[in-house]
Design a protein around this ligand. Structure first.
Ligand SMILES: Cc1cc2nc3c(=O)[nH]c(=O)nc-3n(C[C@H](O)[C@H](O)[C@H](O)COP(=O)(O)O)c2cc1C
Ligand code: SF4
Length: 490
């Protein structure tokens, strides 16, 4: 993973453990009622984390039930189920909700979380759409086979090689000449997208309106999201989080890089049009008494992307549209991702924007802990100034009681998102509430978990995945060397 050049290793913030009576009066453990009427018992929130435990067909497995059941043991206010695909098409071991056949498994998931949290945790599901991305091809296959040879290539070759005969060269001859070129030569002959396809793998963008499926996204997505939201309600979820963040379709519509000229790109108002239409369609299906919110970016981080001012505008408009909550994340984009190895696909959390999404303990002078809170607070303040009380969820390096209380006291956010700290210790909110904070296993912000996610391997935490491997019944990873869930809290 990318790290800031300063490479300063930061100590974890001091974890002060409140006693039970202080915790009892804490803001973190106070309830919050959403506009839908749903009451969250406390302000603790476990943001979506993909654990790669579904079947290849996107169905809920026992491992999925065990994973979320283990989070539910800690009784947080909300757990958001991982990004779940809204289309009925293969997408590897990611959960899916694009057909009614997914309902029984998802229903069992809801039942498991409600039961194991003793009815204290509300369960939301994150709904995602993403565009096609291909693996980085071998050079020989790309230039020898995949690349569509055009007259532009012939012309560029003629200019570069100062030989007009290339203007009429046949395809096999052009391909062979391209294969013989060095990197600099290819830079001169291929266009930007072709070079990207060669060096990173082909990646669709929302601006590729020459592709009919991309052109028609505004026609199909409201319906697909609405059906998925309706299924979520049928499965018994307490709410839905529309995924408008990171590298995926809806965030790409919001992005300042979206220059579509069909009324769904360009100025902010038009970039927001599809997200609003998706919300409207979903709301019409689930009604106002069902919790419906979204996750979007407080800053895209990438060059030419949205900044906090764009996000502030979106926040106010999404609140005005009637979202029940707004969850704020940061970065996580393809545009600055690391070059993948041949045979791998680019991964959106490998560049600076990925770092800002999930900052590690090795950081710059600002450090990783709550570094995006000022931007997230600005968005919340604008929403309040516009007269809306929509709660916001903050996230990014939060792992102590004092951090959470200070954010709530300063009104920088209304709900405290903690992903990796909850992966390190799913009981941590409960331990704080019971005055047993000294027993918390602290996340060290190493991003070992994220490295597994990147390779699409079952996600675990380095702090517990080699512990008590011989415990009877402890579920193990496919390779049999790591446990899949942390041991129970004694
Ligand atoms: C293994 C892993 C998987 C993640 N998957 C998702 C996801 O499916 N959807 C999402 O919005 N964010 C995802 N995230 C980002 C987290 O929700 C969160 O925003 C990020 O880790 C920063 O919060 P933290 O510092 O509390 O970990 C993932 C993070 C990790 C570590
Ligand atoms: S592997 Fe564990 S300790 Fe490391 S960042 Fe992930 S949750 Fe934290």
């Amino acid at each position: 993973m990318w790290k800031p050049p300063q490479r300063i290793r930061h100590e974890l913030p001091v974890l002060r453990s409140p006693n039970e009576s202080e915790a009892g009066g804490a803001r973190l453990f106070s309830p919050l009622t959403l506009a839908s009427g749903l009451t969250l018992e406390q302000r603790s929130w476990v943001p979506a984390m993909v654990p790669w435990r579904a079947t290849e067909d996107g169905l809920v497995t026992q491992d999925v039930l065990d994973w979320y059941g283990r989070f539910a043991d800690g009784e947080p206010g909300v757990i958001v189920i991982e990004a779940t695909g809204i289309r009925d098409m293969p997408s590897g071991p990611l959960l899916r909700i694009g057909h009614d056949r997914f309902l029984p498994g998802l229903g069992r998931l809801v039942e498991t979380v409600h039961r194991r949290s003793r009815g204290k945790t509300r369960l939301f599901i994150q709904l995602i759409d993403f565009l096609r991305i291909r693996k980085r091809p071998p050079r020989e296959r790309f230039l020898g086979q995949f690349l569509e040879v055009t007259d532009a290539h012939r012309q560029n070759l003629a200019e570069r090689l100062e030989d007009d005969a290339w203007r009429n060269a046949d395809e096999p001859t052009v391909r062979q000449r391209l294969l013989d070129l060095d990197d600099e030569g290819l830079d001169a002959v291929l266009d930007r997208r072709e070079l990207e396809a060669l060096r990173y793998g082909t990646r669709e963008r929302v601006t590729d309106v020459q592709i009919p499926e991309v052109r028609d996204l505004p026609k199909v997505l409201p319906g697909l999201f609405a059906e998925a939201a309706e299924r979520s309600k049928k499965a018994g979820f307490d709410g839905v989080e529309l995924h408008y963040a990171h590298a995926y379709t809806m965030a790409s519509f919001l992005s300042a890089l979206n220059t579509r000229a069909d009324g769904y790109g360009g100025p902010r108002e038009q970039r927001l049009r599809l997200p609003l239409e998706v919300h409207r369609a979903a709301r019409d299906r689930v009604g106002s008494a069902f919790s419906l919110g979204c996750r979007f970016l407080c800053d895209d981080i990438i060059e030419g992307g949205n900044r906090v001012d764009d996000a502030t505008f979106f926040g106010v408009e999404l609140a005005k549209a009637g979202m029940d909550f707004l969850s704020l994340s940061t970065g996580g984009k393809f545009e600055d991702a690391k070059q993948p190895k041949v045979g791998d696909a680019a991964y959106p959390y490998t560049g600076p924007s990925g770092y800002e999404c999930m900052p590690t303990a090795v950081s710059d002078e600002r450090g990783p802990f709550g570094r995006q809170i000022p931007k997230q607070a600005k968005i919340r303040a604008a929403i309040r100034a516009a007269g809306f009380s929509t709660p916001t969820v903050v996230a990014g390096g939060i792992s102590t009681f004092d951090q959470a209380e200070a954010i709530l006291a300063r009104e920088e956010g209304d709900l405290i998102g903690a992903a990796r700290q909850t992966l390190a210790d799913p009981d941590w909110f409960k331990k704080l509430r019971l005055g047993r904070g000294a027993e918390i296993r602290r996340c060290i912000y190493s991003n070992y978990c994220e490295g597994l996610d990147q390779k699409h391997r079952q996600v675990t935490c380095q702090l517990w995945d080699r512990e008590a491997l011989d415990e009877p019944g402890a579920p193990l990873t496919d390779e049999g060397k790591r446990r899949l869930i942390p041991p129970p809290w004694a």
